[in-house]
Design a protein around this ligand. Sequence first.
Ligand code: GLA
Length: 721
Amino acid sequence: MKKITTALLLVMMCLLQLNAAENKVIRIATDQTDLVFKVGDNGRLYQSYLGKVLKSEADLKFLPLGTEAYLTHGMEDYFEPAVRVLHNDGNPSLLLKYVSHSTSNPQPGITETAIVLKDEVYPVQVTLYYTAFAKENIIKERSEIKHNEKKPITLYQYASSLIHLSADKYFMTEFSGEWAHEVNMTEQQLSFGKKMVDTKLGSRAGMICSSFFLLSLDQKAQENTGDVLFGTIAWTGNFRFTFEVDNMNKLRILSGINPYASEYTLKPGEVFSTPEFIFTYSSEGKGKASRDFHDWARKYQLKNGEGSRMSLLNNWEATYFGFDEAKLKELFGEAAHLGVDMFLLDDGWFGTKYPRNDDSQGLGDWTEIKEKLPNGIGHLVKEANAQGVKFGLWIEPEMVNPKSELFEKHPDWAIHLPNRETYYFRNQLVLDLSNPAVQDYVFGIVDNLMTKYPGIAYFKWDCNSPITNIYSAYLKDKQSHIYIEHVRGLYNVLKRVKAKYPELPMMLCSGGGARCDYEALKYFTEFWASDNTDGVERIYIQWGFSHLFPAKSIAAHVTSWGKQPLKFRLDVAMMCKLGFDIQLKEMSENEQKLCQDVVKNFKRLQPVILDGDMYRLVSPYDTDHAAVIYNSKDKNKAILFAYDIHPRFAEQLQPVRLNGLDPDKRYKVEEINVIKEDRQGRRPMPSVNGQIYSGDYLMKVGLPILTSAHTSSHVLELTAQ
Ligand code: GLA
């Protein structure tokens, strides 16, 4: 038993006392989750409950008062506050009391609640916003802070959300890594004290850790059972999650913009709006939480989330900077031969005075390199279209190489220190998007290209550098605002792009998968998960992202990076939004035929893979194999992907039990993406091919599809009879 001070004990007893019916109750509910607040006798707001939906409204009065909902600095709870302000008279305290709340239904199935809190001594107001998506079981939270003091106040902490959980044990999974090594899942038990997951990278913010986490109560997170909370912050910049286990073994989760080096001067009347924290609470394990996130993202958040996606051929890994018009025309032909919808021209097409023939120059100057592309982008669009494929283009509009005409003209547009030697990350600097003139310029890159070449069907929008040499010439004495205003400036640009080009598909990329938050994804149809396209590595990377992001939002390309059989790499890429980054001439005729089959299968089965319900079946983290199934919503079709990664000698293989099928339906099983014989002379294992099984059998007994062959894979199509 831990020692606690008498004073603290008294406070805690006070907070935990059972409150009578007179306490005002505010209920935020989805079909499966309840988040309940109560107003204490002292007028302050407490979180009383978060968990499985409670059937009877009449029971809510029995809930304990709980812990203060949006903890302030300067009062008697000494754990990490959600908000910390310094008033202009030098007083650092804030005490928020409930004033009112309101609820509305902007659309069927969505409930919005706003709770207004005020300090009685200082004219500071905080409004907490909650949006509940009933069917998808998602809740979004954010806060707004404003004041009417005579002079500006300073905000030192400004969380989007503070969540309180109560269990015996807490297990948190973080997603961390590096370039080409994204979203490695690490699960750890939380004990007394704080664990922080944050980033200070500014623009390529998620390069080292991603802006989402899993939290499991009482036991390590399970796929199909147990209580888990998945949370993510919708912010394309510095974020911070703080997990704090207090002296009563309660867990507090604070989520928001990282306040590091970002104290914010808030003028009277100005509203400080925090980004959305989005979470789901599942009592049926991780799988259900993922499927809820996928459904919600497709319906409400992703750009064109319910539309279809284009398969493509990208030239980056096939050519890097070394291409010309003739080479590209050859690749248009290869794209058509593969049967994909589009060709995507990557980095290296621009720069007049400083041609971008490597990554040391040209960023910022978005006109074609005449020597490489004498007839310009317009001609390429026409040529691609003539060969039956659409044309997409890579841009990196938020960045500048110092060797560029843009930098020569506007050195003050780049974030860099005026009086120190500049440090360059990938030979480039980040443009200062807090400056409206820079926002106009960045919007103009897309707008000018689209105006000049309206046939461009797609953009890959990259962001390769973190913010370095942190100093904004525009912000002058407000340097601590830069991390925040830069992101807000980016949103101004993205909003304008989406408003003018609402149907334009765009891929979000950041030196691989360093950007995929749900605020940015309002403006992008998909994101690039990693530059690492090795088939085995991708299984882990896609597995990680699949926890919060639907397959539809994850671009996955077949390349020559991995040394696995082509079929293996194709099967892995087909689990998400399929693309290629490879030269066909490296392949045999049989292999080309296999690619064509896979493209055809992907197009035919896209509604199941990209819009269906995903069940993770066999984890590559726990075994030497992996398996995932996608089921159509009507349960008439399912696609099973199974991989043998590094099976052990004489390993005893269990059948893979499927999930999400209709037990009463009978399913015909057919192997697809079949190669007659691979390069190692191995043949696919057809024992289940053509058999008809009941859904009940498939889910209780399963299919013997795992093998002891290294890096082999099978894709099975199940069709209800
Ligand atoms: C980043 C991207 C790659 C490619 C290069 C081009 O690294 O992740 O896919 O576009 O930039 O320079």
